[in-house]
Design a protein around this ligand. Structure first.
Ligand code: ADP
Ligand code: ASP
Ligand code: MG
Length: 471
């Protein structure tokens, strides 16, 4: 037993009590907190990466539900297991030789298992997968095996329960994600499961056949699980220290965005900032669950917080820049088109009939331009042009291909004047011809069209004027 004769001794005693109380409160908080942690392909590409992931999970008790991707690239020249699975399936289902690719995939997993020293064999799994490939189980089934097998390893490594999304993440028979059925099933399954591994990227249709989300879809699974368990946080662990102001493959060491809203993120993700799947915000958005993008290789970095709304001012006038190449514009001219009621509808109906969705539609008094993805449009171009002639009898229809769209996004733009002016002067200085400009009514984004060849230079010019110059 301790005795305290001096005043400083009593103070010390109180400090210790307070510390131990604070520790207990923190422990209690951690015990009741729930986080979903999703790890991307590069975070799980090797046993070495798996160990980093294990350390991250064990460092916080709240990290209870783990969503792994398939093993990604270990270096720039490496291949993603998902890509190997597609190749392997195509060969096997078409009767071409596939054994070599299958062996390559098997080796990737065996190296991870050996490096982690877990007592596990995937031989039975691979025998079944091979049989299903030959029997044409489908490309989605094939791709999903990447996450499925990584999930089995992860569950064994962590000692967590494995939950197969084929039994809990549902799609309707047309292949659309069934949010309601999934939420109900996952919530029920996870209610009494303290800790679990739920592989990303896939689920099943109601008839039991496997269906995947689009590429990068493990981000979506993480969000779905976070919603189902009412998580306090959805942590998305990747190979960069957060959402960056611009693509790091174009701008060297871009600044990290500290806080970004769901809306801003959606604009940027849709326009090519591929760090988070563009649909990943929908499930968590319903519950206001924040997403934290973190770096598996630098776990102490705070990363980016993605929230519903924030009163935090962005550091720069803009939050981020993203863009995509490969668009094509269809320019329609007709004198007095502005007076012709229904002109726009008739033109857009032609695109609809050909199954093409349009990206943007800037217009003038006698002109209307429709921007579409070149790859979707190419096969239908003549049918669309003929359709437009029949529908609205234009004076002139002209097309331009190889266009890039750049989105400059930021909640801060609303409050500041002259943003568009600064963008144009930066582009003019860089000798770039602007093909199109479109500002959304939310004043959250400005879209600029340039030639594909000017894409990188344009992004650099915009980054410099807003970020380097405002630093
Ligand atoms: P994961 O395999 O972890 O899901 P992804 O490859 O899907 O990771 O996404 C991370 C990558 O996204 C980064 O390595 C980076 O090259 C790319 N990227 C593109 N734009 C951005 C951006 N604005 N911020 C961060 N990363 C970006
Ligand atoms: N493995 C899948 C892909 O490569 C899904 C993902 O990584 O999120 O697209
Ligand atoms: Mg990804």
């Amino acid at each position: 037993m301790r005795t305290f004769q001096t005043r400083s001794g009593i103070v010390q005693f109180n400090i210790e009590i307070n510390r131990s109380l604070a520790r207990k409160v923190k422990e209690k908080e951690e015990n009741s907190m729930k986080k979903v942690v999703k790890f991307g392909g590069s975070s799980l590409a090797s046993a070495r990466q798996f160990k980093k992931v294990g350390d991250i999970i064990r460092a916080d008790k709240a990290r209870r539900y783990v969503v792994p991707s398939a093993p990604g690239k270990r270096n720039d020249k490496d291949e993603k297991v998902t890509d190997l699975l597609y190749q392997c399936y195509d060969a096997a289902s078409e009767g071409r030789s596939y054994k070599k690719i299958l062996e390559k995939i098997k080796t990737r997993y065996e190296e991870i298992i050996e490096g982690l020293e877990v007592n596990l064999s995937l031989d039975h799994e691979f025998a079944r997968i091979e049989e299903n490939f030959v029997n044409k189980a489908g490309r989605d089934y094939a791709a999903s095996r990447g996450e499925y097998l990584n999930g089995i390893i992860m569950a064994a490594y962590l000692g967590y329960e494995f939950i197969d999304p084929a039994e809990a993440v549902f799609f309707d028979n047309d292949g659309n994600f069934d949010a309601e059925a999934t939420d109900k099933e996952l919530a029920e399954r996870l209610e009494h499961v303290e800790r679990a591994v739920i592989p990303g990227f896939y689920g099943a249709k109601h008839d039991g056949s496997i269906k995947t989300f689009s590429r990068g879809g493990s981000d979506v699974t993480g969000s779905i699980v976070a919603k189902a368990i009412h998580a306090d946080m959805y942590e998305n662990w990747t190979d960069v220290s957060g959402f960056l102001v611009a693509d790091p493959r174009i701008i060297k060491d871009p600044e990290v965005i500290e806080t970004i809203t769901y809306k801003e993120l959606r604009e940027l993700a849709y326009m090519g900032a591929s760090v988070l799947h563009e649909d990943a915000i929908f499930p968590v958005r319903k519950e206001g669950i924040p997403i934290n993008i973190r770096n598996t290789n630098r776990p102490d970095d705070k990363g980016t917080l993605i929230v519903e709304s924030t009163c935090r001012k962005p550091r720069y006038t803009i939050t981020g820049i993203a863009g995509k190449k490969g668009f094509c514009s269809i320019n329609i001219e007709k004198a007095m088109m502005n007076a012709e009621v229904g002109f726009g509808r008739k033109v857009l109906e032609v695109f609809e009939r050909n199954g093409i969705s349009f990206e943007h539609m800037p217009s003038g008094i006698d002109t209307m331009t429709v921007l579409v993805h070149q790859s979707e449009f190419e096969d239908y171009e003549q049918s669309v042009i003929a359709g437009i002639h029949r529908a609205v009898e234009p004076d002139f229809v002209e097309m331009e291909s190889d266009l890039a769209l750049i989105a400059v996004v930021g909640r801060g733009m609303k409050a500041s004047r002259g943003t568009a002016g600064r963008i144009f002067s930066a582009l003019a200085h860089a000798r770039i011809n602007v093909k199109m400009i479109d500002q959304g009514s939310s004043e959250l984004n400005i879209i600029i069209g340039v030639k594909d060849a000017d894409f990188e230079t344009a992004i650099k010019a915009i980054y410099d004027i807003f970020v380097s110059a405002e630093m």
